[in-house]
Design a protein around this ligand. Sequence first.
Ligand code: CO8
Length: 258
Amino acid sequence: MSYNTILTQTEGKVALITLNRPQVLNALNDELMDDLGDALLRFDADDAIACIVITGSEKAFAAGADISKMAQYDFQDTYRNNFITRNWETICKVRKPVIAAVSGFALGGGCELAMMCDMIIAADNAKFAQPEIKLGIIPGSGGTQRLTRAVSKSKAMDLCLTGRMMDAAEAERSGLVARVYPVAQLMSETMAIAQTIAAMPLLTLMMVKESVNAAYETTLTEGVRFERRLFHACFGTEDQKEGMAAFLEKRPAQFKNR
Ligand code: CO8
């Protein structure tokens, strides 16, 4: 796979996608989001891959949507042409775990992209913000929704109303970020986490992702009911037989993703 705006590589069962528009701090435009969506769907369909990592550069995960492009838009360009919805949320269709490895700026659409991933691992230089208010717009790809669910109403209001930046320590304290590492170790630590995940049985990984995501969409009773159905379904997989047999026989499990 070769793209203009992203780099892709694989390490074992982990796919790494690097956003690559360094001259504009990985500002997100349609071409990049098309490339990213295409790579994500290809890796999702690839049986050799079990986990996907998205990262940027040391200075910027992504500094938001491309303002030079957006500055030309009027209401009709955004509404009539379905700005964002067409290709910016392809990531939400991916069924395998996706990790955001965030170093530097994750602003506006960059923060929203990170929040569309299943978890965020941050470098200690990471800065998160929804600065759209300073441009006369509101977040447009879930910032007011996912951030509020991640960090509480009060902090989401603080960030979206002031546009201020939140550092990695505050982001971890607030629950936006799963773990923080020194910047020099971000990629090695994130890839190690991804390899740990990728070694788990794939169908079960997908069920965990589906079930955790259901917590955002349903009541507790419905969510637990959904979890119970997937829990029962696990007992129809070969990997459940293998995982439990391996434990009892005191040997490593050999999962077949079946
Ligand atoms: N769009 C276009 N170009 C950008 C962007 C951007 N978002 N961010 C940075 N750049 C460009 C700069 O214009 C500059 O280009 P040039 O060298 O040609 O002048 C280059 O990147 C380097 O940037 P700076 O010189 O500004 O670097 P600094 O280190 O001085 O500052 C900052 C870094 C603080 C990140 C600063 O660049 C900045 O504030 N950027 C804009 C951040 C922002 O407002 N982001 C939100 C954009 S709105 C948005 O994302 C709406 C989302 C809509 C939905 C998206 C769905 C996923």
